[in-house]
Ligand binder design. Structure first.
Ligand code: GDP
Length: 301
């Protein structure tokens, strides 16, 4: 049967009862368990090594108190280190001094960008905002239609523009974005959520377009949408997007699947950008503000 990290640690520390302190010799086995469990949870190697060395430093010389068993103490140290790495507070949204504030959604195709744009729109509506949505994916009419359906289902404004007879290229993307911002201002919408074109992989056209959109719109938030199920691939693309755009936050989708959540730790570590939300299903309300404790519990069991 699957044994979670907390149980494994409890087991490997049983023999420590009655010893005065946690030492280099008696912690070895537990650190190995921690290392494996983190790797199995999709945390990347660099992050694992750094975490394990922090945990070792903290645990060494810790007095084995009577209140907590050595294993409980280690579990607590590991838990605190993971929470620390993820950042303690659920991040807040930045807004522009002059509305509409722009939220630029970035990510690969299939990561859940369009679904998340709708979820975010609904979340913002519930928090008293008046969002407008726009899809600047001029290359895929189906993607634009999908966002229109989502916007309708949550009762949010959408800017669709008139693309008839136009050639799908970056100029059109920028024109649509510019028009949408103007429309949002005219409509009294305080937030414009910009769903962007996704590709199966990162290419220079996509990246160039994202950079131009950033320059044009000066977004208050650039959110990277990552599919938690894709593990290390999500970490790699997060890094590429971050290097180009300086992400302000991450939304981790498909957390209702069996992803262990380690990608959250790695993405946080390689980008430094806070995880702001989790997607937990296909419906617009399957969306929650990020709480580090929940991911850590998922990793530790
Ligand atoms: P995009 O290409 O990045 O815009 O991705 P979509 O928004 O079209 O999502 C791709 C697929 O993932 C769709 O079938 C969505 O219903 C699904 N999806 C998105 N977010 C979640 C989530 O949090 N949980 C689950 N189970 N499915 C999701």
């Amino acid at each position: 049967m699957f044994e979670n990290l907390s149980d494994k640690l409890q087991r490997s520390f049983k023999h420590l009862r009655g010893q005065g302190t946690i030492s280099d010799e008696n912690i070895g086995e537990a650190l190995q368990e921690i290392r494996l469990a983190l790797l199995e949870s999709d945390v990347n190697l660099t992050v694992v090594d750094e975490l394990v060395s922090h945990i070792r430093a903290k645990a060494m010389g810790t007095q084995v108190t009577t209140a907590l068993s050595p294993s409980e103490q280690i579990v607590k140290i590991v838990h605190d280190e993971l929470v620390n790495l993820l950042g303690k507070d659920t991040a807040k949204f930045k807004t522009a001094s002059q509305p509409p504030s722009v939220i630029l959604m970035a990510g690969l195709q299939g990561s859940g960008k369009t679904t998340t744009s709708g979820k975010l729109g609904q979340w913002l509506k519930k928090s008293g905002h008046r969002p407008m949505l726009v899809s600047v994916d001029v290359y895929r009419p189906a993607a634009r239609q999908q966002l229109a359906i989502v916007a309708k289902s949550i009762g949010a404004n959408i800017y669709e523009g008139d693309l008839k007879g136009e050639t799908a290229n970056s100029d059109l993307v920028l024109r649509l974005a510019r028009e949408a911002r103007r429309e949002a201002a005219n409509f009294g919408c305080d937030i414009l959520i910009v769903d962007t074109a996704g590709r199966n992989q990162i290419d220079s056209t996509l990246m160039d377009e994202m950079a131009q959109l950033k320059k044009l719109l000066n977004p208050s938030e650039i959110l990277f949408v990552a599919d938690a199920m894709t593990g290390q691939d999500a970490v790699k693309s997060a890094k590429s997007f971050h290097d180009l755009l300086a992400l302000t936050g991450v939304v981790l989708t498909k957390m209702d699947g069996d992803a262990r959540g380690g990608a959250a730790l790695s993405i946080r570590h390689v980008t430094g950008a806070p995880i702001k939300f989790l997607g937990t299903g296909e419906k617009p309300d399957a969306f929650e503000a990020f709480h580090p404790d929940r991911i850590v519990s998922r990793i530790m069991g």
